[in-house]
Design a binder for this molecule. Structure first.
Ligand code: SAH
Length: 508
Protein backbone atom coordinates (compact mmCIF):
# COMPACT_ATOMS: atom_id res chain seq x y z
CA UNK A 1 0.00 0.00 0.00
CA UNK A 2 1.19 3.39 -0.65
CA UNK A 3 0.21 3.95 2.88
CA UNK A 4 -0.20 7.56 3.73
CA UNK A 5 2.63 8.14 6.10
CA UNK A 6 1.60 9.55 9.39
CA UNK A 7 4.84 11.35 9.40
CA UNK A 8 6.35 11.88 6.06
CA UNK A 9 9.40 9.70 5.62
CA UNK A 10 12.55 11.73 5.94
CA UNK A 11 13.77 10.49 2.58
CA UNK A 12 10.92 12.25 0.84
CA UNK A 13 9.83 10.83 -2.48
CA UNK A 14 7.66 12.12 -5.25
CA UNK A 15 4.62 9.88 -5.30
CA UNK A 16 2.48 11.90 -7.65
CA UNK A 17 1.81 9.41 -10.37
CA UNK A 18 -0.91 10.14 -12.82
CA UNK A 19 0.46 7.95 -15.55
CA UNK A 20 2.55 4.86 -15.88
CA UNK A 21 5.49 6.93 -17.03
CA UNK A 22 5.51 8.77 -13.73
CA UNK A 23 5.81 5.46 -11.92
CA UNK A 24 8.84 4.76 -14.00
CA UNK A 25 10.07 8.26 -13.19
CA UNK A 26 9.58 7.68 -9.51
CA UNK A 27 11.57 4.49 -9.65
CA UNK A 28 14.15 5.95 -11.95
CA UNK A 29 14.86 8.94 -9.75
CA UNK A 30 17.05 6.92 -7.53
CA UNK A 31 19.22 5.57 -10.27
CA UNK A 32 20.34 4.29 -13.60
CA UNK A 33 18.61 1.63 -15.62
CA UNK A 34 19.52 -1.46 -13.66
CA UNK A 35 16.50 -2.87 -11.91
CA UNK A 36 18.36 -3.41 -8.69
CA UNK A 37 18.97 0.27 -8.35
CA UNK A 38 15.35 1.10 -9.07
CA UNK A 39 14.32 -0.50 -5.83
CA UNK A 40 15.44 1.39 -2.75
CA UNK A 41 18.61 -0.25 -1.36
CA UNK A 42 17.74 -3.29 -3.35
CA UNK A 43 19.70 -6.43 -3.98
CA UNK A 44 21.13 -7.21 -7.38
CA UNK A 45 19.08 -9.15 -9.84
CA UNK A 46 20.92 -12.05 -11.34
CA UNK A 47 20.00 -14.27 -14.21
CA UNK A 48 19.49 -17.75 -12.94
CA UNK A 49 21.67 -19.39 -15.51
CA UNK A 50 24.45 -16.96 -14.57
CA UNK A 51 24.49 -17.96 -10.92
CA UNK A 52 27.19 -20.29 -9.77
CA UNK A 53 24.98 -22.90 -8.28
CA UNK A 54 26.75 -25.82 -6.67
CA UNK A 55 25.27 -29.18 -7.64
CA UNK A 56 23.43 -31.01 -4.87
CA UNK A 57 25.78 -33.25 -2.94
CA UNK A 58 25.29 -36.10 -0.49
CA UNK A 59 25.01 -34.77 3.07
CA UNK A 60 26.40 -36.30 6.25
CA UNK A 61 24.56 -35.48 9.46
CA UNK A 62 26.70 -34.15 12.27
CA UNK A 63 25.47 -33.61 15.81
CA UNK A 64 26.51 -29.99 16.36
CA UNK A 65 24.90 -29.55 19.76
CA UNK A 66 28.18 -29.87 21.64
CA UNK A 67 30.18 -27.69 19.27
CA UNK A 68 31.32 -24.21 20.19
CA UNK A 69 29.32 -21.48 18.46
CA UNK A 70 31.31 -18.29 17.99
CA UNK A 71 29.34 -15.33 19.40
CA UNK A 72 28.94 -13.66 15.99
CA UNK A 73 27.42 -16.74 14.49
CA UNK A 74 25.04 -17.29 17.40
CA UNK A 75 23.91 -13.71 17.08
CA UNK A 76 23.15 -14.12 13.39
CA UNK A 77 21.22 -17.28 13.99
CA UNK A 78 19.07 -15.93 16.77
CA UNK A 79 18.38 -12.76 14.73
CA UNK A 80 16.80 -14.79 11.94
CA UNK A 81 13.04 -14.79 12.37
CA UNK A 82 10.87 -17.88 11.99
CA UNK A 83 9.44 -16.41 8.81
CA UNK A 84 12.90 -15.91 7.30
CA UNK A 85 13.77 -19.53 8.13
CA UNK A 86 10.45 -20.65 6.64
CA UNK A 87 11.08 -18.75 3.39
CA UNK A 88 14.60 -20.12 3.11
CA UNK A 89 13.27 -23.65 3.66
CA UNK A 90 10.73 -23.26 0.88
CA UNK A 91 13.48 -22.15 -1.49
CA UNK A 92 15.84 -24.89 -0.30
CA UNK A 93 13.35 -27.76 -0.54
CA UNK A 94 12.00 -26.62 -3.85
CA UNK A 95 15.54 -26.45 -5.13
CA UNK A 96 15.05 -23.01 -6.65
CA UNK A 97 13.71 -19.50 -6.16
CA UNK A 98 10.10 -18.48 -5.49
CA UNK A 99 8.12 -15.87 -7.41
CA UNK A 100 7.73 -12.38 -5.90
CA UNK A 101 4.01 -13.24 -5.51
CA UNK A 102 4.79 -16.34 -3.43
CA UNK A 103 7.26 -14.34 -1.36
CA UNK A 104 4.69 -11.57 -0.81
CA UNK A 105 1.92 -13.98 0.12
CA UNK A 106 4.09 -15.80 2.68
CA UNK A 107 5.41 -12.55 4.12
CA UNK A 108 2.01 -10.89 4.50
CA UNK A 109 -0.47 -13.67 5.20
CA UNK A 110 1.31 -16.87 6.19
CA UNK A 111 -1.27 -18.24 8.66
CA UNK A 112 1.22 -18.41 11.57
CA UNK A 113 4.01 -15.99 10.80
CA UNK A 114 2.58 -13.43 8.32
CA UNK A 115 3.01 -9.71 8.82
CA UNK A 116 -0.74 -9.08 9.31
CA UNK A 117 -1.50 -12.15 11.36
CA UNK A 118 -0.36 -11.40 14.89
CA UNK A 119 -0.31 -7.64 15.28
CA UNK A 120 -1.96 -4.29 14.79
CA UNK A 121 0.17 -2.65 12.11
CA UNK A 122 -1.72 0.64 11.78
CA UNK A 123 -1.31 4.13 13.24
CA UNK A 124 1.47 6.18 14.79
CA UNK A 125 2.95 3.21 16.63
CA UNK A 126 2.55 0.87 13.68
CA UNK A 127 4.03 1.02 10.20
CA UNK A 128 1.54 3.08 8.21
CA UNK A 129 -1.78 4.85 8.42
CA UNK A 130 -4.83 4.59 6.18
CA UNK A 131 -7.69 7.01 5.37
CA UNK A 132 -10.21 5.62 7.88
CA UNK A 133 -7.58 6.08 10.59
CA UNK A 134 -7.03 9.66 9.43
CA UNK A 135 -10.61 10.90 9.74
CA UNK A 136 -14.08 9.66 10.65
CA UNK A 137 -15.34 11.44 7.50
CA UNK A 138 -13.88 8.72 5.28
CA UNK A 139 -16.07 5.92 6.65
CA UNK A 140 -19.06 8.29 6.82
CA UNK A 141 -18.73 9.13 3.12
CA UNK A 142 -18.49 5.43 2.19
CA UNK A 143 -21.73 5.04 4.16
CA UNK A 144 -23.33 7.75 2.00
CA UNK A 145 -22.20 5.92 -1.14
CA UNK A 146 -23.53 2.59 0.10
CA UNK A 147 -26.89 4.04 1.03
CA UNK A 148 -27.23 5.62 -2.41
CA UNK A 149 -26.65 2.22 -3.93
CA UNK A 150 -29.20 0.63 -1.62
CA UNK A 151 -31.75 3.28 -2.62
CA UNK A 152 -31.04 2.58 -6.27
CA UNK A 153 -31.53 -1.12 -5.71
CA UNK A 154 -35.07 -0.31 -4.53
CA UNK A 155 -34.37 -0.53 -0.79
CA UNK A 156 -34.07 -4.31 -0.49
CA UNK A 157 -35.01 -5.65 2.97
CA UNK A 158 -31.83 -7.77 3.22
CA UNK A 159 -28.38 -6.85 1.95
CA UNK A 160 -24.94 -8.37 2.42
CA UNK A 161 -22.47 -5.64 3.32
CA UNK A 162 -18.99 -7.09 2.77
CA UNK A 163 -15.72 -5.44 3.66
CA UNK A 164 -12.54 -6.96 2.25
CA UNK A 165 -9.54 -6.46 4.55
CA UNK A 166 -11.15 -4.26 7.22
CA UNK A 167 -7.95 -3.53 9.20
CA UNK A 168 -9.02 -2.25 12.58
CA UNK A 169 -12.68 -2.03 11.52
CA UNK A 170 -12.58 1.75 11.74
CA UNK A 171 -14.11 2.40 8.31
CA UNK A 172 -17.16 0.29 9.04
CA UNK A 173 -17.59 1.66 12.57
CA UNK A 174 -17.74 5.22 11.16
CA UNK A 175 -19.97 4.04 8.30
CA UNK A 176 -22.46 2.50 10.74
CA UNK A 177 -22.43 5.49 13.11
CA UNK A 178 -23.09 7.77 10.12
CA UNK A 179 -26.05 5.81 8.77
CA UNK A 180 -27.44 4.76 12.15
CA UNK A 181 -30.51 6.97 11.84
CA UNK A 182 -31.67 5.32 8.63
CA UNK A 183 -33.37 2.36 10.27
CA UNK A 184 -34.67 0.83 7.05
CA UNK A 185 -31.15 0.72 5.71
CA UNK A 186 -29.43 -0.52 8.88
CA UNK A 187 -32.11 -3.17 9.46
CA UNK A 188 -31.33 -4.61 6.04
CA UNK A 189 -27.62 -5.06 6.71
CA UNK A 190 -25.87 -8.39 7.16
CA UNK A 191 -22.23 -7.54 7.71
CA UNK A 192 -19.48 -9.85 6.50
CA UNK A 193 -15.85 -9.13 7.31
CA UNK A 194 -13.29 -10.86 5.07
CA UNK A 195 -10.17 -10.89 7.21
CA UNK A 196 -7.26 -13.32 7.45
CA UNK A 197 -5.77 -12.00 10.69
CA UNK A 198 -7.17 -13.31 14.01
CA UNK A 199 -5.62 -10.33 15.80
CA UNK A 200 -7.36 -7.83 13.52
CA UNK A 201 -10.62 -9.81 13.72
CA UNK A 202 -10.59 -9.21 17.49
CA UNK A 203 -9.95 -5.50 17.00
CA UNK A 204 -12.78 -5.32 14.47
CA UNK A 205 -15.12 -7.05 16.93
CA UNK A 206 -14.21 -4.43 19.53
CA UNK A 207 -14.44 -1.41 17.22
CA UNK A 208 -17.82 -2.46 15.84
CA UNK A 209 -18.94 -2.74 19.47
CA UNK A 210 -20.00 -6.33 18.91
CA UNK A 211 -21.78 -8.55 21.39
CA UNK A 212 -22.11 -12.32 21.16
CA UNK A 213 -25.47 -13.83 21.95
CA UNK A 214 -26.81 -17.35 22.09
CA UNK A 215 -28.98 -17.99 19.10
CA UNK A 216 -32.75 -17.92 19.68
CA UNK A 217 -33.19 -21.67 18.99
CA UNK A 218 -30.67 -22.48 21.74
CA UNK A 219 -28.27 -24.38 19.49
CA UNK A 220 -24.55 -23.91 19.95
CA UNK A 221 -24.08 -21.39 17.19
CA UNK A 222 -23.76 -17.93 18.68
CA UNK A 223 -24.88 -14.81 16.88
CA UNK A 224 -22.68 -11.73 16.82
CA UNK A 225 -24.22 -8.29 16.43
CA UNK A 226 -22.78 -4.80 16.19
CA UNK A 227 -24.46 -2.67 18.85
CA UNK A 228 -23.90 0.44 16.68
CA UNK A 229 -26.81 -0.59 14.44
CA UNK A 230 -27.85 -3.99 15.74
CA UNK A 231 -26.68 -5.64 12.49
CA UNK A 232 -25.46 -9.24 12.49
CA UNK A 233 -21.71 -9.56 11.83
CA UNK A 234 -19.69 -12.58 10.71
CA UNK A 235 -16.09 -13.20 9.73
CA UNK A 236 -14.70 -15.14 6.76
CA UNK A 237 -11.26 -16.00 5.41
CA UNK A 238 -12.22 -15.23 1.80
CA UNK A 239 -15.02 -13.72 -0.29
CA UNK A 240 -15.87 -17.20 -1.54
CA UNK A 241 -17.07 -18.08 1.97
CA UNK A 242 -19.55 -15.19 2.17
CA UNK A 243 -23.06 -16.56 1.52
CA UNK A 244 -24.59 -15.65 -1.84
CA UNK A 245 -28.22 -15.02 -2.71
CA UNK A 246 -28.66 -11.48 -1.37
CA UNK A 247 -27.93 -8.13 -3.04
CA UNK A 248 -24.40 -7.30 -2.03
CA UNK A 249 -22.45 -4.15 -1.30
CA UNK A 250 -18.69 -4.75 -1.24
CA UNK A 251 -16.09 -2.29 0.03
CA UNK A 252 -12.38 -2.88 -0.55
CA UNK A 253 -10.20 -0.13 0.82
CA UNK A 254 -6.45 -0.70 0.59
CA UNK A 255 -7.06 -4.40 0.04
CA UNK A 256 -6.00 -4.84 -3.58
CA UNK A 257 -2.59 -3.26 -2.98
CA UNK A 258 -1.70 -6.07 -0.56
CA UNK A 259 -2.51 -8.86 -3.04
CA UNK A 260 0.53 -10.83 -4.21
CA UNK A 261 1.87 -9.73 -7.57
CA UNK A 262 4.34 -11.00 -10.12
CA UNK A 263 7.16 -8.81 -11.36
CA UNK A 264 8.60 -9.08 -14.85
CA UNK A 265 11.75 -7.52 -16.18
CA UNK A 266 12.78 -6.98 -19.79
CA UNK A 267 16.00 -8.87 -20.58
CA UNK A 268 17.85 -9.56 -23.82
CA UNK A 269 15.85 -12.79 -24.22
CA UNK A 270 12.50 -11.09 -23.57
CA UNK A 271 10.33 -10.66 -20.48
CA UNK A 272 11.63 -12.69 -17.53
CA UNK A 273 9.93 -13.18 -14.20
CA UNK A 274 11.75 -11.79 -11.19
CA UNK A 275 12.19 -14.39 -8.46
CA UNK A 276 13.49 -14.42 -4.89
CA UNK A 277 16.45 -16.69 -4.15
CA UNK A 278 18.95 -17.24 -1.32
CA UNK A 279 22.65 -16.53 -1.82
CA UNK A 280 25.52 -18.71 -0.62
CA UNK A 281 25.93 -16.44 2.40
CA UNK A 282 22.28 -16.99 3.21
CA UNK A 283 20.77 -13.63 2.32
CA UNK A 284 17.87 -13.06 -0.06
CA UNK A 285 18.42 -11.76 -3.57
CA UNK A 286 16.47 -11.32 -6.79
CA UNK A 287 17.16 -13.49 -9.82
CA UNK A 288 15.50 -13.69 -13.24
CA UNK A 289 13.78 -16.84 -14.45
CA UNK A 290 15.61 -18.52 -17.34
CA UNK A 291 12.37 -19.52 -19.07
CA UNK A 292 8.70 -18.54 -19.13
CA UNK A 293 6.84 -19.12 -15.86
CA UNK A 294 3.10 -19.88 -15.42
CA UNK A 295 2.42 -16.21 -14.57
CA UNK A 296 3.58 -15.29 -18.08
CA UNK A 297 0.04 -16.15 -19.23
CA UNK A 298 -1.28 -13.30 -17.08
CA UNK A 299 1.46 -11.00 -18.40
CA UNK A 300 0.30 -11.77 -21.94
CA UNK A 301 -3.31 -11.12 -20.96
CA UNK A 302 -2.37 -7.82 -19.33
CA UNK A 303 -0.30 -6.72 -22.34
CA UNK A 304 -3.24 -7.39 -24.70
CA UNK A 305 -5.23 -4.76 -22.79
CA UNK A 306 -2.51 -2.14 -23.26
CA UNK A 307 -1.14 -0.21 -26.26
CA UNK A 308 1.99 -1.81 -27.64
CA UNK A 309 3.64 1.62 -27.27
CA UNK A 310 2.83 1.69 -23.57
CA UNK A 311 4.45 -1.72 -23.09
CA UNK A 312 7.42 -0.93 -25.33
CA UNK A 313 8.47 1.98 -23.10
CA UNK A 314 8.65 -0.20 -19.98
CA UNK A 315 11.52 -2.26 -18.55
CA UNK A 316 9.41 -3.68 -15.74
CA UNK A 317 5.79 -4.76 -15.47
CA UNK A 318 3.80 -5.87 -12.47
CA UNK A 319 0.90 -8.24 -12.91
CA UNK A 320 -1.51 -9.24 -10.17
CA UNK A 321 -3.46 -12.40 -11.12
CA UNK A 322 -5.15 -12.43 -7.70
CA UNK A 323 -6.55 -8.95 -8.34
CA UNK A 324 -7.83 -9.99 -11.78
CA UNK A 325 -9.42 -13.19 -10.42
CA UNK A 326 -10.91 -11.45 -7.36
CA UNK A 327 -12.40 -8.74 -9.62
CA UNK A 328 -14.09 -11.44 -11.69
CA UNK A 329 -15.39 -13.16 -8.55
CA UNK A 330 -16.80 -9.84 -7.29
CA UNK A 331 -18.31 -9.04 -10.69
CA UNK A 332 -19.96 -12.45 -11.07
CA UNK A 333 -21.49 -12.15 -7.60
CA UNK A 334 -22.82 -8.66 -8.34
CA UNK A 335 -24.02 -9.65 -11.80
CA UNK A 336 -26.10 -12.47 -10.27
CA UNK A 337 -27.12 -11.17 -6.80
CA UNK A 338 -27.23 -7.44 -7.61
CA UNK A 339 -25.52 -4.59 -5.78
CA UNK A 340 -22.11 -3.04 -6.29
CA UNK A 341 -18.49 -2.92 -5.20
CA UNK A 342 -16.32 0.03 -4.34
CA UNK A 343 -12.56 -0.30 -4.67
CA UNK A 344 -10.42 2.50 -3.27
CA UNK A 345 -6.66 2.30 -3.36
CA UNK A 346 -3.56 4.04 -4.56
CA UNK A 347 -2.66 3.13 -8.08
CA UNK A 348 -2.74 3.93 -11.78
CA UNK A 349 -5.23 3.74 -14.57
CA UNK A 350 -2.71 1.84 -16.69
CA UNK A 351 0.10 -0.70 -16.62
CA UNK A 352 2.11 -0.58 -13.40
CA UNK A 353 5.83 -0.83 -13.85
CA UNK A 354 7.84 -1.34 -10.68
CA UNK A 355 6.02 -0.18 -7.60
CA UNK A 356 6.36 -2.88 -4.96
CA UNK A 357 7.65 -1.35 -1.76
CA UNK A 358 8.22 -2.16 1.89
CA UNK A 359 7.34 0.21 4.73
CA UNK A 360 8.42 -0.18 8.33
CA UNK A 361 7.71 2.40 11.01
CA UNK A 362 6.68 5.01 8.41
CA UNK A 363 9.88 4.59 6.39
CA UNK A 364 10.76 2.79 3.17
CA UNK A 365 12.97 -0.24 3.63
CA UNK A 366 14.42 -2.89 1.35
CA UNK A 367 11.79 -5.39 0.17
CA UNK A 368 14.06 -8.31 1.07
CA UNK A 369 15.17 -6.95 4.44
CA UNK A 370 13.88 -8.94 7.41
CA UNK A 371 10.67 -10.07 5.69
CA UNK A 372 7.59 -10.07 7.92
CA UNK A 373 8.71 -6.98 9.83
CA UNK A 374 7.53 -4.48 7.18
CA UNK A 375 4.43 -3.98 5.11
CA UNK A 376 4.66 -4.92 1.42
CA UNK A 377 2.34 -3.26 -1.05
CA UNK A 378 2.15 -2.07 -4.64
CA UNK A 379 0.22 0.27 -6.90
CA UNK A 380 -3.13 -1.09 -8.00
CA UNK A 381 -3.59 -1.44 -11.77
CA UNK A 382 -7.13 -0.03 -12.11
CA UNK A 383 -7.15 -0.58 -15.87
CA UNK A 384 -6.61 -4.31 -15.32
CA UNK A 385 -9.45 -4.31 -12.79
CA UNK A 386 -11.73 -2.58 -15.29
CA UNK A 387 -10.87 -5.04 -18.08
CA UNK A 388 -11.30 -8.03 -15.75
CA UNK A 389 -14.73 -6.79 -14.64
CA UNK A 390 -15.82 -6.04 -18.20
CA UNK A 391 -15.23 -9.69 -19.15
CA UNK A 392 -18.14 -10.57 -16.85
CA UNK A 393 -21.68 -9.95 -18.08
CA UNK A 394 -24.26 -8.07 -16.06
CA UNK A 395 -22.01 -5.43 -14.52
CA UNK A 396 -20.80 -1.98 -15.48
CA UNK A 397 -17.64 -0.28 -14.33
CA UNK A 398 -17.35 3.38 -13.28
CA UNK A 399 -14.13 5.25 -12.73
CA UNK A 400 -11.49 5.34 -11.57
CA UNK A 401 -11.89 8.87 -10.31
CA UNK A 402 -9.60 10.49 -7.79
CA UNK A 403 -10.41 10.13 -4.10
CA UNK A 404 -10.76 13.90 -4.00
CA UNK A 405 -13.46 13.87 -6.73
CA UNK A 406 -15.17 10.90 -5.17
CA UNK A 407 -15.38 12.31 -1.64
CA UNK A 408 -16.23 15.75 -3.05
CA UNK A 409 -19.20 14.37 -5.01
CA UNK A 410 -20.46 12.69 -1.86
CA UNK A 411 -20.46 16.01 -0.03
CA UNK A 412 -17.41 15.84 2.24
CA UNK A 413 -17.17 19.65 2.10
CA UNK A 414 -20.54 20.00 3.81
CA UNK A 415 -19.62 17.39 6.35
CA UNK A 416 -16.34 19.10 7.28
CA UNK A 417 -18.12 22.44 7.71
CA UNK A 418 -20.73 20.89 9.97
CA UNK A 419 -18.06 19.27 12.09
CA UNK A 420 -16.09 22.49 12.37
CA UNK A 421 -19.11 24.43 13.60
CA UNK A 422 -19.40 22.42 16.79
CA UNK A 423 -15.98 21.47 18.01
CA UNK A 424 -13.15 22.43 20.30
CA UNK A 425 -9.93 24.02 18.98
CA UNK A 426 -8.08 20.73 19.31
CA UNK A 427 -10.79 18.88 17.42
CA UNK A 428 -10.86 21.59 14.74
CA UNK A 429 -7.16 21.16 14.06
CA UNK A 430 -7.53 17.41 13.76
CA UNK A 431 -10.60 17.75 11.51
CA UNK A 432 -8.87 20.24 9.18
CA UNK A 433 -5.72 18.15 8.92
CA UNK A 434 -7.75 14.98 8.37
CA UNK A 435 -9.80 16.66 5.65
CA UNK A 436 -6.64 17.87 3.93
CA UNK A 437 -5.10 14.42 4.02
CA UNK A 438 -8.17 12.87 2.43
CA UNK A 439 -8.73 15.34 -0.40
CA UNK A 440 -5.56 17.43 -0.68
CA UNK A 441 -2.70 17.11 -3.13
CA UNK A 442 0.96 17.62 -2.35
CA UNK A 443 2.12 19.18 0.89
CA UNK A 444 -0.37 20.89 3.21
CA UNK A 445 0.06 24.66 2.72
CA UNK A 446 -1.14 25.46 6.25
CA UNK A 447 1.50 23.34 7.97
CA UNK A 448 3.71 25.21 10.42
CA UNK A 449 5.36 22.23 12.12
CA UNK A 450 8.62 20.48 11.26
CA UNK A 451 9.23 19.93 7.54
CA UNK A 452 9.66 16.20 7.84
CA UNK A 453 6.18 15.91 9.36
CA UNK A 454 4.28 17.90 6.72
CA UNK A 455 0.95 16.17 5.95
CA UNK A 456 0.73 14.99 2.35
CA UNK A 457 -2.62 14.89 0.52
CA UNK A 458 -4.00 11.56 -0.65
CA UNK A 459 -6.68 13.20 -2.81
CA UNK A 460 -5.19 12.41 -6.20
CA UNK A 461 -2.90 9.51 -5.43
CA UNK A 462 -5.83 7.41 -4.30
CA UNK A 463 -8.57 6.44 -6.72
CA UNK A 464 -12.08 5.08 -6.47
CA UNK A 465 -13.71 2.64 -8.87
CA UNK A 466 -17.18 1.10 -8.73
CA UNK A 467 -18.43 -2.13 -10.26
CA UNK A 468 -22.21 -2.17 -10.17
CA UNK A 469 -25.04 -4.28 -11.52
CA UNK A 470 -25.82 -3.09 -15.05
CA UNK A 471 -29.22 -1.57 -14.33
CA UNK A 472 -27.89 0.62 -11.55
CA UNK A 473 -26.36 3.95 -12.38
CA UNK A 474 -22.96 4.28 -10.79
CA UNK A 475 -21.02 5.78 -7.97
CA UNK A 476 -22.03 9.37 -7.53
CA UNK A 477 -23.68 11.27 -10.28
CA UNK A 478 -26.31 13.99 -10.35
CA UNK A 479 -29.30 11.66 -10.01
CA UNK A 480 -28.12 10.79 -6.50
CA UNK A 481 -27.83 14.31 -5.25
CA UNK A 482 -31.19 14.21 -3.48
CA UNK A 483 -30.34 11.10 -1.52
CA UNK A 484 -26.92 12.46 -0.69
CA UNK A 485 -28.42 15.69 0.60
CA UNK A 486 -30.88 13.84 2.80
CA UNK A 487 -28.10 11.70 4.24
CA UNK A 488 -25.73 14.58 4.73
CA UNK A 489 -28.32 16.62 6.57
CA UNK A 490 -28.80 13.69 8.89
CA UNK A 491 -25.16 12.97 9.57
CA UNK A 492 -24.51 16.68 10.01
CA UNK A 493 -27.17 17.05 12.69
CA UNK A 494 -26.16 18.31 16.10
CA UNK A 495 -26.36 14.94 17.83
CA UNK A 496 -23.98 13.34 15.39
CA UNK A 497 -21.61 16.26 15.29
CA UNK A 498 -21.00 15.78 18.99
CA UNK A 499 -19.58 12.42 18.06
CA UNK A 500 -16.35 13.93 16.80
CA UNK A 501 -13.43 11.58 16.89
CA UNK A 502 -9.94 12.96 17.13
CA UNK A 503 -7.77 10.47 15.30
CA UNK A 504 -4.46 12.15 14.69
CA UNK A 505 -2.51 14.17 17.16
CA UNK A 506 -0.26 16.30 15.02
CA UNK A 507 3.10 16.77 16.58
CA UNK A 508 4.34 20.31 16.17
N1 SAH B 1 -9.03 -1.48 4.92
C1 SAH B 1 -8.23 -1.22 6.09
C2 SAH B 1 -6.96 -2.07 6.19
C3 SAH B 1 -6.07 -2.16 4.99
S1 SAH B 1 -4.66 -3.19 5.30
C4 SAH B 1 -7.89 0.24 6.17
O1 SAH B 1 -8.01 0.93 5.16
O2 SAH B 1 -7.49 0.71 7.24
C5 SAH B 1 -5.11 -4.73 4.53
C6 SAH B 1 -6.13 -5.53 5.29
O3 SAH B 1 -6.42 -6.69 4.53
C7 SAH B 1 -5.69 -6.05 6.64
O4 SAH B 1 -6.82 -6.09 7.48
C8 SAH B 1 -5.19 -7.46 6.33
O5 SAH B 1 -5.15 -8.30 7.45
C9 SAH B 1 -6.20 -7.88 5.29
N2 SAH B 1 -5.74 -8.87 4.33
C10 SAH B 1 -4.63 -8.81 3.56
N3 SAH B 1 -4.57 -9.87 2.74
C11 SAH B 1 -5.68 -10.61 2.98
C12 SAH B 1 -6.19 -11.83 2.44
N4 SAH B 1 -5.55 -12.48 1.48
N5 SAH B 1 -7.36 -12.31 2.91
C13 SAH B 1 -8.04 -11.64 3.89
N6 SAH B 1 -7.60 -10.49 4.45
C14 SAH B 1 -6.43 -9.98 4.00
Amino acid sequence: MLRKFLLQASTRRNFSASSSSSVAFFRQCSSSSSSSSQIPNSHFVEHMEDTNETPPSATISIDRTALYNPPEQSHEQSAESELVKHLKNIIKFRGGPVTVAEYMEEVLTNPKLGYYINRDVFGADGDFITSPEVSQMFGEMIGVWAMCLWEQMGRPSKVNLVELGPGRGTLLADFLRGVSKFKNFTDSLHIHMVECSPTLQKLQYRNLKCVTEDSADGNEKKGINSTITGSPVSWHASLEQVPTGLPTIIVAHEFFDALPLHQFQKASRGWCEKMVDVTENSSFRFVLSPQPTPATLYLMKRCKWADSEEIFKLDHIEVCPKAMDLTQEISKRIGIDGGGALIIDYGLNGVVSNSLQAIRKHKFVDILDNPGSADLSAYVDFAAIRHSAEEVSGVSVHGPMTQSQFLGSLGINFRVEALLENCTEEQAESIRTGYWRLVGEGEAPFWEGPDNQTPIGMGTRYMAMAIVMCLLCSVVFPCHVLIINEMLISICEEENVKNIIVRIKNKK
